[in-house]
Structures are given as C-alpha cells and as structure tokens.
Write a new protein. Sequence first.
Length: 509
Amino acid sequence: MAGNGSGQSSAPRLQIRGIRKAFGQNVVLKGIDMSVRAGEVLALIGGNGAGKSTLMKIIMGIYTCDDGEILIDGQPARLGKPSASLAAGIYLVPQEPLLFPNMTVLENILMGFNENEGELKKRLAKHMEELGFNLNLQRKANTLSIAEQQLVELLRGLMRNAQVLILDEPTSALTFGEVEALFKVVKDLRRKGISMIYITHRLNEVFEIATDVAIMRDGVITLEGPVEKFTKEMLIQGLLPQDAAMQQNTRAYVPVRYEALKPVLQVKNLTGYGFKNVTFDLYPGEILGIAGVVGAGRTELISTIFGRDKTLGGQVILDGKDITGLPTKRVLQEGINFVPEDRHCHGLFKIRSISSNTTSALLGTQKIGKVNMDRRQQKKIAQKYVDDFRTKIVSLEDLIGSLSGGNQQKVVIARALSTQPKVVILDEPTRGIDAAARSDVYSIIRQLKDAGVAVLMVSSDIEEVVELADRAITVFQGRINGEFSREEITQDVLTSASFGIAQERTVHA
Ligand code: ADP
Ligand code: MG
C-alpha cells in the first residue's frame, strides 16, 4: 500500500483539524484534531454526549461542521455530503443503523452499485463467510434486530472497499460470538492497511484491537496516543467525570425473599411466533434476567407478553388476573410497561419535546384518563426524572432527537416509570450507552427493584445480567433451556447456556 512502508513520514489517511460544531446554543465540538494512518485502529472513547457520534457524522458528510478542515492523504477534502465521503473511501457504520426498512437485506447492501450482480453477490458471500455471518438475504430490513442491522451496515462498508471504516459502538448490541467474529474482521482489515475509527465504551476492546486511543470529553480530546502508552487504569481515570456527584453509588444488594412473596407475573406454557412453551414466574422486587443469543426468541417472547405479537398458546397472569392476548393498551392499563430495544422505531416521538415524551405514556393509562395534562404538570414530572436520572439536557422543551443515545434511553425509561407499573420489561436497556450513563441506568433499575417493581430484563450483555439479576433464565432456540439463581449466575454458565451448550445442571430441552 502506498506510503505504508515509509511509515510516519507519509501523510495520514484521514486527518481532521480544528473541527467545531454547535447545535443552536449547544457547542458540541470545540476544535477537534485527530488523525489515522493506514492500518491504524483508533479507539475513540468518552462519556455519553461527548460528541463522538457527531464528529463521525461530520466525517461522513451527514452534518456539516462550523469550522475546521478534513484532509485525506494530505489533501484538503470537501466533504459535507455523504456521497463525497463515500467517494473518498470513508464509510460509517452508525450507532443507530439506517437501513431502508421495506427493502431486503440484499437490496440494502447492493444499493448504489452499478456492477454485475453476479460478481457482487460472490463478493458479498465471501465477506459473509469471513464474518461467519449467516443471514437470509431475502429478509426485510424491518425484521432485523439492531445487531443484525449493524452487521448489514458493516457488510455495506466492506462491499465498498472503504479505506477508512468508522464503527460507532458496534459491539453494544452484539453477542459474544458476533463480537469475536467482528474482531477477527477488524484485525484482518488492519492487516490490509484499512484505517479504522472504533468507538466503544468497553475498555478491554481498546487493548484487544486498537493501535491508538483517544478520549473525548464535552467536545474536546483530553487524551491521545498509542495504546502501549496507557493502562486500563489510566483510561478509566481519564474517563471519570470530575464531578463527584456523578460517582457510582454502589448500594448493598437486597436479596429477594421469595418464600414471603406471591409472583406478580406468571407465564404458563406461553407459545408464540419464535418461542414455545415458556413458563416462569416473576416476583415483586425481583430482577429476572433473560439471556440468550440474538434470534433466540427473547424479543418475540416479551413483545407477546406485552400484547404486541399474537399469542398462540398458554397464559399470562398478572396479579392473579388472566391477561393473555390483551392488546398493548390494555396490558399497559393492567400495569405492565415496556422499554423497547429499538428506541427509534418504538420508543420515541422524535419530533416531540423531552417533556412530552416523558409523560406521553401517562395519557394512555387510567390514572390520568383522557384529559390532557397541562404543560406545567408535564414539565414537573419530566423535570423530576431528569434530576433523578441525571439526564443531560439543555431544556425540557428541546426535541428528544437532540439528546445523545444514553440520555434518550433515560427518557424512555422515565416514560415507562411515569405510569407506576407493577412490571417493567426492559429490552437491552443499555445498548449503545457509554459507561457513565450505563451505571446511571443500573442504579435506576436497582431503584425500581427496591421500590418493589418486578423487572424483566432481556440482555445480550452477559456482564449486565451477572451484575443485576436476582435470577436468570436462558432462552435457546425459542425455549427456556436453563434457570439460575443469583448464586449460580456466572458469565461462563450463562454464556454456555445461551449457546445451547449443556452444563451439569441442565433443564432438558
Ligand atoms: P456521543 O456519541 O459522544 O454520545 P453525540 O455526538 O451523540 O455524543 O452528542 C453530543 C451532543 O450533541 C449531545 O449533547 C447531543 O444532545 C447533541 N446533539 C447530537 N445530535 C444532535 C442534533 N441532531 N441536534 C441537536 N443536538 C444534537
Ligand atoms: Mg454516540
């Protein structure tokens, strides 16, 4: 590859200088300098709302910057629109995938190519094989999970032979096996001289795949250099908020005393599309983790309980009352609320304010009835959650779409809680959220538990289940294949069960 051998003397593949960007009053990037050379993987880490995604969107030409310049191979580039960035060999796998929902996987990947379709398909098959990625190319994009959508975006980038590949928090929605496959691809690409910017909140990944690391905080790069110069502790120090109030509050764990309780939710032999004969109980003040790989049927299971998908058999009993097959609106009224995985499709009204998003669920429940809440009341409730959850906002009247992922998630959780449900279902509660916001979300989940709310939590992040769950069940190919008490839950046990590998104590499948 040109310039590769002469090393440091050649110009970086991508260099950015003095990039500034404000959204209204909110100055998000305050003069960013950064560069990547051929074969370098720059890990970009930093708190929620630091400006990482915004910077990447500027490089990709999705946003224009207010000031600064971008150089490619030493030459000033006029980006400013995605087609120019693509032509310059840059490809961004965004944090929130942007596929065309009604098109198939194949159509999404091959869009914009003029070459022979047979050739393209051959190349695609090769990339998929390298990735170890099995996906039916005829599926519609709107049937894919977030992890699958991200992998499709990645394939799009690979098909375009991108010279600078940007991955914005790719692993937050991926399972263990998918992460391994992705790392293999990243290492291969690195060897081929591709430059990468890899945004993550997992420090172990930095040391595993990156050559360089940068920390961004509040729109400024605060630390930068080759990974060898840093230890994990140094990076943690660099990431910690200066504000002491933000420090994690580690509370004593309150065990559930099952013998004294009646289950609040009973799921009996429930069958639906993608899962079969699922039986479990959920107790007040309990966090029940549902682990499993992408496609195991977990999302289908909880959306059936929530009345979104059709029940094909079995029963759902809430507080002794049979609510099987009720529509979502009724399920909500009965006291189950849901925080979806894909907050963009199901979670938020993007064009509405933070305040009305927080309280919108209340309007559907009997507690408020049909009367519209006045603005003051709305704002009061919203402000309470913003304070409790340390949501980073400028004004309650700002559009929800202006918040970073972690802060949007806090609003979605706030909305679910505003109805004071008996049961809250969380689907991948910290997907795409950085370490600081994640610890906030964890403490929110623990507060729920302490308040006696029953929490049903689907998570592909096994560490998350280990950290939070009182009890865990694993779902494999649509059936429960293991149940584990808090004492039994370990990363190993859950991982093996999620992949269908039997441990000593296996519930027969
Ligand atoms: P990160 O990716 O580091 O978590 P983001 O780049 O998503 O951070 O967000 C940085 C800041 O920019 C946040 O305060 C966010 O509210 C703001 N922001 C991001 N996108 C927009 C937008 N389209 N409009 C207004 N503000 C935005
Ligand atoms: Mg981001």
